[in-house]
Ligand binder design. Structure first.
Ligand SMILES: C[S@@+](CC[C@H](N)C(=O)[O-])C[C@H]1O[C@@H](n2cnc3c(N)ncnc32)[C@H](O)[C@@H]1O
Length: 301
């Protein structure tokens, strides 16, 4: 027996080594999955409540969103108006790709509307739930959902993409604006609507903008600048605080400094929006839209 053990000692060593390697691979795998599940659970944009609120925000008719004949009607249909502003400001030019990126696309209305003009639209969102909804709407052209009227009382609604939009021009993928894949390519138009104050590090995204937007292309950033530590650690805020020198840091000024070398600010606009929470409780917010055209290399100082 002792001889047998001695002769096969290398097999035992190899088996022990393989077992411990297997255990550590398994533990790493479990740890990564745990981390992924935790992020999924903690992400407010993964909840059914948010999915329903964003479906009505993006696809609800004016009467479905605001049931009163008073109220801020000009704040309705924000995702469609965002796409219209992008398409009106974009200047097609040779060499500028007919591709748009809707980063933080939520449930996709702006992406579908951009497909009226752009041959390809890529919608990216961190929320898998939102991306799944986008893909279902792309496939079927519609999606059923419900909105809360009061308490547990709800109304069934249907999200519909207008029939004259070619949905096959859109692709949707889950992704992180702060860590976009390098092979995502360049775009003629990049729009980030109400995104930058929801990112864990907006500077990571802003740093990618130069490589995302083709020379001559358009970058559109909309934000109510509602910075909150619930989404962004304070050290990464682009505005909304007093710095160590006692100077107020204002987000649009940070954007101007940040984009000064590579972009020209071509337009600014106030864009209100209205999010229905229940039949009687709603959010009215004003987003600031800034439109940046990427300089051609000959334009740079
Ligand atoms: C305030 S919502 C705005 C959504 C949409 N653009 C609109 O105007 O309705 C912010 C969106 O950004 C997404 N988001 C948050 N962090 C993100 C990240 N790191 N990368 C991509 N999307 C992100 C959220 O899932 C959510 O859909």
């Amino acid at each position: 027996m002792a001889d047998f053990l001695w002769d096969n000692r290398h097999y035992f060593v190899a088996a022990a080594f393989a077992a411990s390697a297997g255990v550590s691979v398994y533990c790493t795998y479990k740890l990564l999955n745990y981390e992924k599940d935790r992020k999924h659970r903690d992400n407010v944009y993964e909840t059914q409540k948010m999915l329903n609120e964003y479906l009505v925000f993006h696809y609800g008719s004016p009467a479905e969103v605001l049931r009163w004949d008073f109220g801020p009607k000009e704040a309705l249909d924000f995702p469609r108006r965002v796409a219209e502003e992008c398409m009106a400001t974009f200047q097609p030019k040779e060499g500028v790709p007919s591709r748009a990126l809707d980063i933080g696309c939520a449930v996709g209305r702006t992406s579908f509307e951009l497909a009226r003009k752009f041959e390809q639209v890529v919608g990216v969102d961190y929320s898998q739930n939102f991306v799944d909804a986008c893909n279902q709407i792309r496939e079927d052209g519609h999606m059923d959902y419900e909105v809360v009227d009061q308490g547990h009382l709800t109304t069934q609604l249907k999200a519909l993409v207008p029939a004259d939009i070619d949905r096959s021009r859109c692709i949707f993928q889950q992704g992180d604006a702060c860590n976009l894949p390098l092979d995502i390519g360049q775009f003629g138009c990049v729009v980030a609507a109400n995104l930058i104050c929801r990112l864990y590090n907006p500077f990571d995204f802003l740093s990618r903008c130069e490589s995302l937007v083709a020379p001559g292309g358009l970058l559109v950033i909309l934000s109510p600048y509602s910075f909150s530590e619930a989404f962004t650690p304070k050290k990464h805020w682009i505005g909304g605080y007093v710095d160590d020198d006692g100077r107020e840091v204002i987000a649009i000024e940070t954007l101007k400094e940040f984009f000064d070398t590579n972009f020209v600010l071509v337009k600014e606009k106030e864009m209100p929006f209205f999010i229905r929470e229940t039949a009687r409780k709603n959010q009215w917010t004003v987003s600031h839209a800034s439109f940046w055209q990427r300089k051609e290399s000959s334009e740079k100082a």
